[in-house]
Write a protein that binds this ligand. Structure first.
Ligand code: GAP
Length: 426
């Protein structure tokens, strides 16, 4: 894990939040390569679950929502973790993550209290009860309250889903393990609306889809395990939950989840708001509140599981190398172009042409590197997961071919410049 955290910082993937001021626990900043990696994962999710399907509608709801949303959904009264405070040093812990004594000073704990995890703020100038707002603890809330808008605008037939990618906030008592448990994170969520009697088959189909997505990202399938969450341990809104767990270096932990939320949320919002949350089946004339299957993915946890899956070390020509075995579609940089020597203008000019041509193609981000010897440039690209390195050498000037070096095998092939983008896409 230390190797991954250090590579992520050194190579511009992920930095500690507010680092120059000593940091802010539970926050991380994505650097240029991290944001590209995260966006590629989110784009794949959106393509698989929204663009490539005919039954999905994407939204982007406001993060700040009327506090009544979270009262109705049960989050104001029930979204809490058990907290204990040390009587001696006042340090606070999540009760389910500590033994009997304080880890700092061996002091006794006071009684267990419930700590609500929503971040609270005030809207406007007045700071009273009527101005309270919460940063959303799940993106799902914005989907439920827009149910009627989607039905009125698009008249979808059941089953259909609404998808959203966005930030969620939780005042975690003990943020930990790099991106695993943070206070600000991104979720990719779907609320899939179904007839009550059809929930089981839809649950099973989303179970398959979730596994397919995890594999398409490039997370090692052998490291993912399904856990049927037992009664008493599920969220207050769920009648059935499967957690997809991943073997992180710090243990087997939840990566994403699939829940059967019944009609809990739509019914709660109907009761609390007085608005219409039912669905009219035009074929039968029947009006009812649909039930919901919810696949919920934490984007940052997917990034972390992916980094853990693809971080590899091996030996090349007697030297140890670290590399990221990322899929082409997810890699932040698709190819890097090098002139063999930076002090030979003819090589640099030709390499610039190749670089510009590839940049204009639809391959994605292309890097330029003319710093240090070729071996060092290969290592730098390997470390950030660039699948291909393209080198312009003296032979290029004679026959318009370049060498293409494959990241994983480290093998080189000579390829005609004209066919380069097709070869890199394969
Ligand atoms: N709408 C359902 C929901 O929010 P959840 O299990 O509480 O369910 C869903 O969260 C996913 O969000 C988790 O599986 C995880 O991937 C991610 N997640 C939750 N809390 C997180 C945190 N503190 N830091 C990073 N990711 C988190």
């Amino acid at each position: 894990m230390d190797n991954i955290v250090s590579l992520a910082k050194r190579r511009g993937f992920i930095y500690p939040g507010s680092e120059v001021y000593g940091g802010l626990a539970g926050t991380w900043d994505y650097g240029p390569l991290g944001v590209a990696l995260k966006r590629n994962i989110a784009n794949l999710w959106w393509k698989m679950f929204v663009e490539d399907r005919g039954d999905m509608y994407g939204i982007d709801a406001a993060i700040l929502m009327n506090a009544k949303v979270w009262e109705a959904s049960g989050h104001v009264s029930g979204f809490s973790d058990p907290l204990v405070e040390c009587k001696k040093c006042k340090r606070r812990y999540r009760a389910d993550q500590v033994e009997k004594k304080c880890l700092e000073c061996d002091g006794e704990f006071g009684p267990v209290r419930q700590f609500n995890m929503m971040f609270k703020s005030h809207i406007g100038a007045a700071e009273d009860v009527s101005s309270v707002v919460y940063l959303r603890p799940e993106t799902a809330g914005g989907i439920f309250v827009n149910f009627k808008n989607i039905v009125d605008s698009f008249h979808p037939k059941l089953p259909f889903g609404v998808a959203q990618i966005g930030k969620a906030f939780r005042n975690e008592i003990a943020p930990r393990d790099f991106l695993f448990r943070t206070r600000e994170f991104e979720q990719m969520e779907i609320e899939y609306f179904v007839r009550a009697m059809e929930w089981k088959e839809n649950f099973e189909s989303w179970r398959r889809e979730a596994n397919e997505f995890i594999q398409a990202v490039g997370i090692e399938a052998d490291s993912v395990h399904e856990l049927e969450v037992p009664d008493g341990e599920r969220a207050h809104y769920s009648s059935r939950t499967i957690d997809f767990e991943f073997d992180f270096p710090f243990g087997r932990k939840e990566l994403c989840g699939l829940a059967y939320r019944t009609d809990f949320d739509l019914s709660a919002h109907a009761r609390a708001s007085g608005a219409e949350f039912s669905y009219l089946d035009e074929a039968t004339g029947e009006r009812f509140i649909p039930h919901v299957i919810e696949p919920s993915f934490g984007l940052d946890r997917i990034v972390l599981a992916l980094l853990c899956s693809v971080y590899k070390e091996d030996e090349l020509a007697g030297e140890r190398r670290a590399y990221l075995k990322l899929n082409f579609s997810i890699a932040p940089i698709k190819a890097a172009v090098f002139p063999l020597l930076r002090n030979k203008p003819a090589l640099v000019e030709k390499a610039r042409q190749v670089y510009e041509t590839l940049k204009k193609s639809s391959l994605g981000a292309i890097a330029w590197d003319d710093n240090g010897n070729i071996g060092k440039r290969y290592r730098r690209q390997d470390e950030i997961g660039t699948p291909y390195c393209v080198t312009v050498d003296f032979q290029t000037l004679e026959d318009d071919t370049v060498t293409v070096r494959d990241r994983d095998s480290a093998k080189q092939e000579r390829i005609a410049v004209g066919g380069l983008s097709d070869v890199l896409k394969r």
